[in-house]
Design a protein around this ligand. Structure first.
Ligand code: UT7
Length: 359
């Protein structure tokens, strides 16, 4: 690993020895799952004082998916995970580890990843959950990459899965317009354990990864009750303490600042110029945030993936869902460079650079 001198780069970062060098870690296959039911802006305008025009203009969202009553986060994760294994051309028994990034596990105990492990039949795999809010998928990819680079694991299934509609307050127009359910998954593998000849544009090579956190702003996005500080009680239920709350404007400003800084550090560390980035793939919270980040980093807004219109903000699932939909719609081509950016509760943020490999 190369230290990046003269920058305030995150102390937690992975970068190759020379500009453009890969790190020996691949995404060998990726996929997503969106539940069938959809909540439209028109549906929301019947619940709170809002309108399709306001939501679309302020967020870029038209509709979002909602899990069926009998579907929990692990169910979404299992479907996405199974599809990712198929894309990678491996079976569940090949997995050494499963990491599920989520803020909405089926229940506090056990970890959702354990339910995913048994649901997939990944009998050899160790499983754990990871909580880093909307940055969770990139935190989990980074963690999986570290296991692979250390030799402790060869193939890790990384999943971002959320049922945010279960913690959304549908009487709060400032937040209920944002969130949707879904899951995305990727098989992280050592480059020499990454099967060739799978689906077109289904393999990515890691060039860079960084993580960041500022816990002093933790209150900007929180579910205040249901943990050890404010255990569930009649009062916490009555006061809506189990719903997700966010200070939208403050989060907006922090999201733009932190993601732009993380992108600039990534460009400096990898020796890439903004014009070398074929796709900016940020967390899909708000189209205005995405455009602002692109403008601040000098990446043409046309290169920024905007995929929230039909999915909303799916938190830890948003990046793999957007990646999967981009591949399915033919946007990816071998040799392209993708810069991924995440920001979320914690506050947390993360940045990764991947190159689309030949099949
Ligand atoms: O995934 C983790 C990261 N999360 C995010 O990044 C979310 C970041 N924040 C945002 O995306 C935006 O702040 C929101 C979409 C949540 C809100 O947009 P905004 O442009 O920041 O609106 P605002 O909160 O400043 O509110 C502006 C006005 C207010 O009216 P007044 O006080 O100016 O009269 C709000 O009451 O818009 C009003 N408003 C609405 N009006 C119609 C707020 N929500 C709505 C609504 N429909 N749903």
């Amino acid at each position: 690993m190369r230290e990046v001198e003269g920058t305030s780069a995150s102390p937690v970062h992975l970068v190759g020895p020379t500009p453009g060098a890969t790190l020996g870690v691949d995404i060998a296959g990726f996929a997503y799952y969106l539940p069938e039911h959809v909540i439209t802006n028109a549906d929301l305008s019947r619940m709170v004082d809002t309108s399709d025009e306001w939501i679309l203009e302020r967020t870029g969202i038209r509709s979002r998916h909602r899990a069926a009553t009998e579907e929990a986060t692990s169910d979404l994760a299992i479907t996405a995970g199974r599809r990712a294994l198929e894309q990678a051309g491996i079976i569940a028994g090949d997995l050494d580890m499963i990491i599920v990034a989520t803020a909405t596990p089926d229940s506090p105990v056990p970890a959702a990843s354990c339910l995913v492990q048994t649901g997939l039949g990944a009998n050899r795999a160790a499983a754990m959950d990871l909580g880093a809010g909307c940055s969770g998928f990139l935190f989990a990819l980074h963690t999986g990459a570290c296991f692979v680079r250390s030799g402790a694991a060869r193939r890790v299934l990384v999943v971002g899965a959320e049922t945010l509609t279960r913690v959304t307050d549908y009487s709060d127009r400032r937040s209920c317009i944002l969130f949707g359910d879904g899951a995305g998954a990727a098989v992280v593998a050592a480059a020499d354990a990454s099967p060739r000849g799978s689906a077109a544009c289904g393999r990515l090579e890691l060039l860079y990864s960084s993580l960041g956190t500022d816990g002093s702003m933790a209150k900007l996005i929180e579910i205040p009750a249901g943990g050890s500080r404010h255990p569930a009680s009649e009062t916490t239920v009555r006061e809506g303490g189990h719903f997700l709350r966010l200070d939208g404007q403050a989060v907006f400003r922090q999201a733009v600042r932190r993601m732009a800084e993380a992108a600039e550090q990534a460009l400096e560390a990898t020796g890439l110029a903004p014009g070398d980035i074929d796709w900016l793939l940020p967390h899909q919270a708000n189209a205005r945030i995405v455009v602002a980040v692109a403008e601040q980093t000098g990446i043409a807004p046309a290169r920024a993936m905007l995929d929230m219109a039909e999915t909303g903000n799916t938190s830890a699932a948003s990046i793999p869902i957007t990646l999967g939909r981009a591949r399915d719609s033919g946007q990816l081509a071998p040799g392209q460079t993708i810069l991924m950016l995440a920001f979320g509760a914690g506050l947390t943020w993360a940045c990764q650079v991947w190159r689309v490999a030949d099949a």
